[in-house]
Design a protein around this ligand. Structure first.
Ligand SMILES: C[S@@+](CC[C@H](N)C(=O)[O-])C[C@H]1O[C@@H](n2cnc3c(N)ncnc32)[C@H](O)[C@@H]1O
Length: 432
């Protein structure tokens, strides 16, 4: 089930129409290829309505393919090109009817009224009829949406089913649920015990993991600015699966460490918190590097930052070998679909090969920057074997001086397991 915010847009609420208009625009932008985070950032909806907008848009995107199937069952023909916005509206309305708290009649009325603001008055009757038919035949229609393959693009469902025949249904279900809010307590500023108490005092209960007392999970998302000590950098938002990286790399203060694909900096700051004091952070994107700079500043972490292509060491490396390297490689993101529901719409089958080639290029280049005896942690937020197990297997076959070191946190983590994102880690050690 999708999470329901406390504060839903309601018929009488000023701005309700604006919110719905913004939601249609965001879906349109995503359909045209924009990332949902950027499209949301471009809207002017603020205050409590912002949470409703996010709930509506992210939830609709999470169920987009199911809602497409549902619309197909309800409509006799598909929308004409110029009426695509009616399709977005219908998806949003169906999502709210399936998961919202407002009475169905109010939901139907509001979305039918929206048809007019799109200047498509002719479609009001149709929209009304379709939404009412959904309510009437709901049970039979819902039964036709139960197949987990329907909620993912066919190519992805096929690959994941093949890779994880036993786990596929659970993976699909996890991808269709909103993610919880995982926090990492900045132990340089406050102790995890004290922070837990601060959360409890605010009425927020949480659970954790057995390998780090700094990882805390709140079952529902809340605006981060309301978290105790947010501005003072007492806490960062970071999924527990992502928090494993710094624990596996286990930095020592005297070691020279490279975070090769570092922005927006979640893992860089964590490496600092766990003791790294000679830390270089690279990212190809200057824009994302700015986010990293802000994150480090808020959490009081220090690193030497460079905007550069990690795959071209000649352009940035001074030749002094690293003791440890984190390669949090660019990937398809197929392990974090629950956080970025637009991934399942934007990602194409061809992207996998591109990601694999780029990861291989980065691995090869960075291996040369590692001292003998040094370690490289390879990470992705994907669950596709090509990007993970098979990538590392091929690397080991090409490099006689590489061996894989066992660690309790390495390997493939699947989305939803222990409430975490899907992540992969392989720790490689260079013969010394
Ligand atoms: C998975 S994200 C990293 C997340 C980050 N480690 C964190 O924990 O916040 C991958 C990053 O790699 C960067 N990137 C992609 N190709 C790169 C390259 N050739 N060299 C350096 N950075 C690259 C992207 O800009 C992106 O910020």
């Amino acid at each position: 089930m999708s999470k329901k915010p406390n504060h839903q847009g309601s018929p009488g609420m000023p701005g309700g129409t604006l919110l719905r208009q913004a939601a249609i625009k965001v879906l349109q932008a995503v359909d045209e290829g924009e990332k949902v985070d950027q499209a949301l950032a471009a809207t002017t909806v603020s205050g409590p309505e912002r949470a409703t907008l996010q709930w509506l848009v992210l939830g609709t995107l999470r169920e987009y393919l199911l809602l497409q199937k549902l619309s197909g069952l309800l409509l006799r023909k598909s929308w004409r090109e110029e009426d695509q916005n009616l399709g977005f509206l219908l998806h949003l309305a169906l999502f709210e009817l399936r998961h919202g708290q407002r009475p169905a009649f109010a939901v139907v009325n509001d979305w039918v009224e929206m048809v007019e603001t799109l200047q498509k008055t002719w479609a009001k009757g149709l929209m009304n009829a379709v939404l009412r038919r959904f309510l009437r035949e709901r049970e039979a229609l819902e039964a036709q949406l139960a197949d987990p393959d329907l909620s993912h693009p066919a190519w992805l469902a096929a690959r994941l089913r093949e890779a994880y025949p036993e786990e596929w249904s659970a993976i699909a279900a996890a991808n269709n649920r909103p993610a919880p809010l995982w926090l990492r307590v900045n132990t340089q500023r406050v102790s995890p015990e004290n922070y837990r108490e601060l959360l409890l005092a605010q009425g927020l209960s949480c659970h954790g993991v057995d390998w780090s007392d700094a990882a805390l999970c709140l079952p529902e998302s809340i605006p981060v600015a309301t978290l105790p000590g947010w501005d003072a950098g007492w806490v960062a938002v970071q999924d527990a699966a992502a928090q494993m990286a710094a624990h596996i790399l286990a930095p020592q203060s005297e070691e020279r460490i490279l975070d090769a694909c570092a922005a927006p900096g979640g893992k860089t700051a964590h490496l600092w918190a766990l003791g790294a004091r000679r830390l270089d952070a690279l990212d190809r994107s200057a824009e994302r590097l700015q986010k990293l700079r802000e994150a480090l500043f808020r959490q009081g972490a220090i690193a030497h930052l460079q905007a550069a292509d990690a795959g071209d060491p000649e352009s940035w490396w001074n030749g002094e070998p690293y003791d440890a390297i984190l390669l949090d490689a660019p990937c398809t993101g197929v392990g974090v679909i629950r956080r970025h529901p637009d991934i399942r719409l934007r990602r194409q089958a061809e992207d996998v090969q591109q990601a694999v080639a780029q990861q291989q290029r980065l691995l090869e280049a960075l291996w040369g920057c590692l001292r003998p005896g040094g370690r490289l942690l390879y990470a992705t937020c994907s669950i596709l074997p090509e990007e993970n197990l098979l990538q590392i297997r091929a690397f080991l076959a090409r490099h006689e001086d590489a061996r894989q070191q066992a660690h309790p946190l390495t390997g493939q983590h699947l989305p939803g397991q222990n409430d975490m994102d899907g992540f992969y880690y392989a720790l490689l050690v260079k013969a010394g």
